[in-house]
Design a protein around this ligand. Structure first.
Ligand SMILES: *[C@@H]1O[C@H](CO)[C@@H](O)[C@H](O)[C@H]1NC(C)=O
Ligand SMILES: *[C@@H]1O[C@H](CO)[C@@H](O)[C@H](O)[C@H]1NC(C)=O
Length: 496
């Protein structure tokens, strides 16, 4: 999920492009640390600390798919979320910051299946949307009173945890009211993610032997390359037993470069590249066509000279000329085949919100009483990202750095998305500056291969997959195909 207009219209007026000067900050490379309480004695809760991260602690509640977490009338996690396996919910605490997570063991082989961290985008959208709408063990029913088992959950093939980040999103919160969330944008969050992973492995050393991947969608095209590259950099200075076994990243319908992707709303709206276009009439499209060149020029000017004056102008021009005509048509921004119906265009989003606002679900999922009422996406967090110009960060160099470090990259894109569409994604990856670029571009132009869900191609460590007829949230629209491509990727197999 990505918030509408954010990439193009909500750029900030702040004068400093502070992201340009951010560099990873090294944590002390400490060694041993003690569990501060006996794991799972009488209490289902344990608290972990790590001497390298003195400001952090991890609070873990075990949930068991059979035993209720709280004895008595309280429903267990699996009662409210049918299909849930055993696992944990909890918080990573860092000073006033509390990051919520929910973890589920693989339905197949928890001791050998990979470990996957799932992140929704926004910025400001909760990973609980991914859990309860897309790929978690259960899916919320229409109306929001209950949930049903998701037979195509990604936990069929991996141990998966869902993390709400940054602070201020979903069930994650801060007790510091001067910094309620999103401050500092993507780079600030990457340090917390790294600390979270270090504490995770301290808590669950057995998961160190499992290949680790970070997966997500949409604004995940910003988060994941930056977070993964931060882990990768930290691994280079960590001792072997402190290294995080990062193996791959998976990004669905991502936004990597506004400059490269911004004008592609023309292609989706005004051509038949989707197979169901054009979507807008000829007079509207001829005006849009005239604006494409100028929009691209302005976006690249903002990219090269990230001054708020230039970026604001380019955002306004491209938004008004290339995005508004589509938005006014009343179609869903995330799925061109559907009308925009309700909050964020899908009725199911209100159902998930209603479900997650009940005490029954909050208790079963170990949500702190202090955590705010659930919201699918936080506008306040989005505004904080605007203040540091986070939207115009170009994450392509981070993707290239991952590929050069031997980390596999999967890009998958539903062809019916409008907001982070496949045309823009293919412009990004057909021109990505890395060693494998010439061959990847050749594959993209000349050697697309068919699979049951659409087309795909790859070169070296970079694979690109189109899912025909899926919108922005691929596992919601095409659950069987999404699980199929996820499994093939983890098993390092060709797609069939
Ligand atoms: C709370 O947030 C403000 C603003 O970012 C910061 O200056 C202050 O140090 C924070 N306090 C704590 C206890 O973290
Ligand atoms: C768009 O493409 C689809 C699939 O190739 C085709 O069936 C359809 O007739 C095309 N529509 C137009 C208006 O050309």
């Amino acid at each position: 999920m990505i918030r509408l207009f954010v990439p193009l219209l909500a750029l900030a007026l702040s004068t400093s492009a502070s992201f340009l000067s951010q560099t990873p900050i090294a944590f002390g490379a400490g060694s041993s640390s003690e569990l501060s309480s006996t794991p799972f004695g009488d209490s289902p809760v344990r608290v972990l600390t790590h001497e390298s991260h003195p400001e952090h602690s991890l609070i873990i509640n075990a949930h068991n798919s059979i035993e209720p977490l709280v004895k008595g009338d309280q429903p267990s996690l699996a009662d409210v979320c049918p299909g849930a396996t055993s696992g944990y919910t909890g918080y990573l605490k860092s000073g006033p910051k509390h990051f919520y997570f929910a973890y589920f063991e693989s339905r197949t082989n928890t001791a050998s299946d990979p470990l996957v961290l799932w992140l929704n985008g926004g910025p400001g959208c909760s990973s609980m949307m991914g859990l309860f709408m897309e790929l978690g063990p259960c899916t919320v029913n229409e109306g929001g009173d209950s949930a049903r088992e998701n037979p195509d959950s990604w936990i069929n093939a991996a141990n998966v945890f869902f993390l709400d980040q940054p602070i201020g999103v979903g069930f994650s919160y801060s007790t510091n009211h001067s910094a309620p969330g999103g401050q500092g944008g993507t780079f600030a969050a990457s340090e917390d993610i790294y600390a979270f992973m270090r504490l995770w492995y301290k808590a669950f050393p057995e998961s160190k032997s499992l290949p680790f991947s970070i997966a997500g969608e949409s604004y995940g095209g910003h988060y994941i390359p930056v977070f993964a590259e931060h882990i990768n950099e930290m691994n280079k200075i960590a001792t072997p037993d402190e290294q995080i076994p990062l193996e791959s990243v998976l990004i669905g319908n991502g936004i990597f470069s506004d400059a490269k992707q911004g004008s592609s709303s023309y292609d989706i709206s005004c051509t038949n590249v989707t197979g169901i276009g054009p979507l807008l009439d000829e007079t509207v499209c001829s005006r849009m066509s005239e604006a494409v060149g100028r929009c691209e020029y302005l976006l690249s000017a903002c990219h090269d000279y990230p001054d708020p004056l230039i970026c604001q102008a380019s955002a306004e021009f491209c938004g008004e000329e290339l995005d508004m005509p589509y938005v006014r048509s009343g179609r869903n921004y995330y799925d061109i085949s559907k009308p925009c119906d309700g909050y964020l265009c899908y009725p199911i989003i209100n159902s998930v919100t209603k479900f997650l606002r009940t005490d029954k679900v909050r208790n079963a999922f170990g949500v702190d009483p202090e955590a705010p009422q659930f919201q699918g996406c936080s506008n306040k967090v989005g505004e904080e990202f605007s203040k540091v110009n986070d939207y115009i960060i170009d994450t392509r160099p981070y993707v290239a750095a991952l590929l050069h470090s031997g980390i596999r990259v999967l890009i998958y894109v539903g062809t019916y998305d409008w907001i982070c569409n496949f045309v823009g994604n293919e412009r990004v990856f057909g021109s990505l500056k890395w060693n494998g670029m010439p061959d990847f571009r050749y594959q993209q132009e000349n050697n697309k291969q068919a699979w049951s869900g659409g087309l795909w191609w790859e070169s070296g460590l970079l694979r690109y997959v189109r899912i025909h007829g899926a919108g922005h949230m691929v596992p919601w629209d095409k659950p069987v195909e999404a699980l199929h491509l996820f499994k093939a990727w983890l098993e390092k197999k060709a797609l069939q």
